[in-house]
Design a protein around this ligand. Structure first.
Ligand SMILES: Nc1ncnc2c1ncn2[C@@H]1O[C@H](COP(=O)(O)OP(=O)(O)OP(=O)(O)O)[C@@H](O)[C@H]1O
Ligand SMILES: [Mg+2]
Length: 262
């Protein structure tokens, strides 16, 4: 994949476990692969919210984000989770730089679902800073805290990390979008993995309620990305060297492809 850009979304749910994803990212950087990392961290946002007496509520896998929840999202994702990842990657010998969607106007978003509060959908990506970082050999690590207008004021907006990964993959002209999560891929009702799904098959699984919760934004992101990214993959980030194996010889996981590529 040398020369191409690959966007890797790390699920918050797999972070903190003794998985090898971070070591793999450093290995890829040493091989001069151009990788953009996007991270979530929903579990940790929920933990800190409850410590502060805030309840976590979700609608179709998206966190309902009021003013107080927004402060927690910004502090935990753009602060603690992002900087911890950078610390760990650099301790492993990487050259990681942690930024958020607000930095250098990277990701503009719009709040389109009033019932979700400060939750945004991506409207514009400005690749300038990311290209500069990649050209200089850095490993960019992106927190999904974006900027936009809500109730007439400039504000942070909480954007699902899966959406951010998809929109960055499109804007960067990425050859591949990889989601590392805590399940082997998209599973059917009997927990059997789908190894390859077309966009219309994924849409059917969403409509049928087979794909639910946190898998919904991920599946939607794969559908969105498939417009211009050749392949979107959902793989088990807890498996040893899942990411290196993904670059070298793909095994396991679910591939989502445009219908005409099936
Ligand atoms: N059909 C399905 N196949 C696989 N997983 C599913 C399915 N439907 C729902 N899920 C749920 O989706 C979860 C993955 O999404 P989740 O948002 O929890 O993790 P993540 O996106 O990797 O992490 P984060 O949200 O912190 O970035 C799985 O753990 C599983 O419980
Ligand atoms: Mg998620």
């Amino acid at each position: 994949m040398s020369g191409h850009i690959v966007v890797v979304k790390i699920g918050g749910s797999t972070l903190g476990q003794s998985d090898t994803s971070l070591a793999d990212l450093v290995s890829l950087q040493k091989r001069s692969e151009r990788v953009i990392v996007v991270h979530g961290g929903g579990g940790e946002v929920s933990q800190w919210s409850s410590r502060l007496g805030l309840e976590s509520r979700f609608v179709d896998g998206l966190r309902v984000t009021g003013k107080d929840e927004l402060s927690v999202v910004v502090a935990v994702l753009a602060g603690l989770v992002n900087k911890r990842l950078v610390l760990q990657l650099n301790a492993l010998g990487g050259r990681a730089v942690g930024i958020a969607g607000v930095d250098a106007g990277l990701i503009a978003a719009e709040a389109r679902q009033p019932e979700l509060g400060y939750v945004g959908e991506v409207t514009h990506v400005d690749m300038h800073l990311l290209s500069t970082l990649l050209d200089a050999g850095f490993l960019p690590v992106i927190a999904p805290v974006c900027h936009g207008v809500h109730e007439g004021k400039q504000t942070f907006l909480n954007v699902n990390a899966d959406d951010v990964a998809a929109e960055l993959a499109i804007a960067a002209g990425a050859s591949s979008l990889v989601f590392l999560t805590d399940v082997p891929g998209i599973l059917d009702g009997r927990k059997q993995i789908f190894s390859r799904l077309t966009v219309s098959a994924v849409q059917q699984l969403m409509a049928d309620g087979v794909v639910q919760g946190g898998m919904l934004p991920k599946a939607r992101a794969c559908v969105t990305a498939s417009r211009s990214v050749a392949e979107a993959r959902i793989i088990d980030g807890t498996a040893e060297h899942a990411l290196l194996r993904e670059f070298d010889h793909r095994t396991g996981g679910t591939s989502i492809v445009r219908d005409e590529l099936a």
